[in-house]
Design a protein around this ligand. Structure first.
Ligand code: AMP
Ligand code: GLY
Length: 465
């Protein structure tokens, strides 16, 4: 299908969410056959990979990234604007004739950026759910209740507040260790505790309800521990029952090799994932994706954007560990590599409520990413270290995360996760070799990366041969 044909499908979005009036942004998209002016919100490796992909689109007029990082300006124009400054974003949208906002990180979505623009004169298209939809990530209790309402497989659970602490302690003693305690609200990826000892778990429950994660842990979800291997499934949905399943990825959350040490934002990622085969994905689609997409519609929740399913395979069966309402980081740094289609018309169609006729072609090659991080991360670490990197081989891309330009124009570190070294390969070994080579060549004082990214999947692939 040509881009021209794709664009024609963007007209007249219709919502079949019964009680809610359809978001009118599709109607306000100016000339749908003309190139799009896009504002991407966020500053991580995920946004760098999204910017890289969007910038390749023949449909793009201009890409702005707010605030972006030291690498995103290779693909568009960085603007000093906080993703949470909705009034500032609205002024920027009006002044710069923005057609579409792509929301990279969860905070603006949970804070209601979609609802802020909904129904406004001249509102841009927004890739991302309404505030009600963003509660799938913003409240673990809401997400669990949603899964129960729609019979979506997930761990058995109960939620507790300070008023029901005694019941929470009793529930813990009825479960088998390890105990899984989750702060209900956003906690920058730190709100999940997995504890082996019952008394320690009870103590942590008391501390969480007492404000360990502020208001985010005023409610705590306690759930059964699931044993299995995890993967990340991404769905782009249009709120009208249309959806596309993006390439599956696996990330590596712990700082240390062999999955040891504290959790990080993610130390690397691989796609495809050997165990997420056709049979597994058929179950995921039937039991999880369809009930999620249709459940949102039946509850009148407007959701036009990415759904991130954190899944665990337990004895061959997929179960949901968590929902996120955005793409994963560093999963995006491999998923974007594997999307062969032009992403921009897909995003615009999702935001306009009309994805069902859009093709999605997947690159059959492997993609891997190895995150080079600052020494000390995820604890405290220095910033401002000068970064050097030689030109990369074809097929290797450095997606910047915690980088910026200092006043002398040097590229310096500005975060824990610094650069995602992403590469293609015809097999997993080839992609990994290229990612590790790149990670070895990126230099700054105190750098660290895990050398075992993908090792578990290599073992699974070898055992299946
Ligand atoms: P979440 O923030 O919900 O993704 O949880 C962080 C991590 O904790 C997940 O990626 C899992 O590795 C682990 N986890 C969360 N819930 C469970 C569970 N019910 N059973 C086993 N591991 C879990
Ligand atoms: N890599 C996991 C996340 O983005 O939440």
């Amino acid at each position: 299908m040509s881009i021209q044909q794709n664009l024609n499908t963007l007209r007249h979005p219709v919502s079949n969410a019964p009680e809610k009036s359809p978001f009118n942004a599709g109607e306000t998209l100016k000339e749908q056959t003309s190139p799009l002016r896009v504002l991407l919100l966020g500053s991580g490796g995920r946004e760098c990979a999204l910017a890289w992909k969007i910038a390749q689109s023949p449909l793009l007029d201009h890409l702005f990234i707010a605030p972006g990082n030291g690498g995103t300006d290779a693909y568009g124009e960085n603007v000093e604007l906080s993703p949470l400054d909705f009034d500032g974003i609205a002024r920027f949208v009006a002044d710069n004739a923005i057609d579409m906002i792509v929301v990279g990180n969860e905070d603006p979505l949970v804070a209601g950026i979609f609802d802020y623009f909904d129904g406004r004169e001249g509102a841009p298209l927004i890739v991302g759910p309404s505030k009600a939809g963003a509660a799938l990530e913003g409240s673990k209790d809401f997400a669990k209740q949603f899964m129960v309402r729609h019979s979506i497989p997930t761990a058995r659970y109960r939620s507790f507040t300070a008023d029901t602490l005694a019941e929470g302690e009793k529930f813990l003693s009825e479960l088998r260790p390890p105990y899984v305690l989750k702060a209900d609200g956003l906690a920058a990826g730190k709100g999940v505790l997995i504890i082996d000892d019952l008394e320690e778990a009870k103590g942590s429950l008391r501390e969480m309800l007492g404000g360990m994660f502020g208001q985010s842990s005023a409610t705590v979800v306690i759930e059964e521990f699931l044993k299995g291997i995890e993967c990340s499934v991404f769905v782009l949905t249009d709120g009208n029952g249309g959806y596309r399943i993006l390439p599956v990825a696996k990330d590596y959350k712990r700082i240390g090799e062999g999955d040891t040490g504290p959790n990080t934002g993610g130390m690397g990622a691989v796609s495809p994932v050997a165990f997420a085969d056709e049979e597994f994905m058929r179950k995921v689609e039937e039991r999880i994706i369809l009930p999620t997409v249709n459940g949102l519609i039946s509850e009148g929740i407007t959701y036009r954007g990415f759904i991130f399913l954190g899944l665990i395979e337990v004895d061959g069966e997929p179960m949901v560990i968590e929902y996120n309402v955005r793409m994963g980081d560093p999963e995006t740094e491999v998923v974007m590599l594997r999307i062969a289609s032009d992403l921009l018309p897909l995003l615009a169609a999702a935001a306009a409520g009309n994805l069902s006729t859009m093709p999605l072609a997947i690159d059959p090659r492997y993609a891997t990413t190895v995150m080079v991080v600052s020494g000390g991360y995820p604890g405290s670490y220095p910033k401002g270290k000068v970064i050097t990197a030689p030109a990369m081989a074809d097929g290797t891309t450095l997606f910047h995360a915690g980088t910026k330009r200092d006043s002398d124009g040097n590229l310096v570190t500005s975060g824990g996760r610094v650069i995602a070294c992403s590469a293609y390969g015809h097999d997993l070994d080839e992609a990994l070799a290229a990612s590790f080579t790149a990670a070895g060549e990126v230099e700054f004082e105190g750098k660290y990366f895990r050398r075992d990214i993908g090792a578990d999947l290599r073992a699974i692939e070898q055992s299946r041969k």
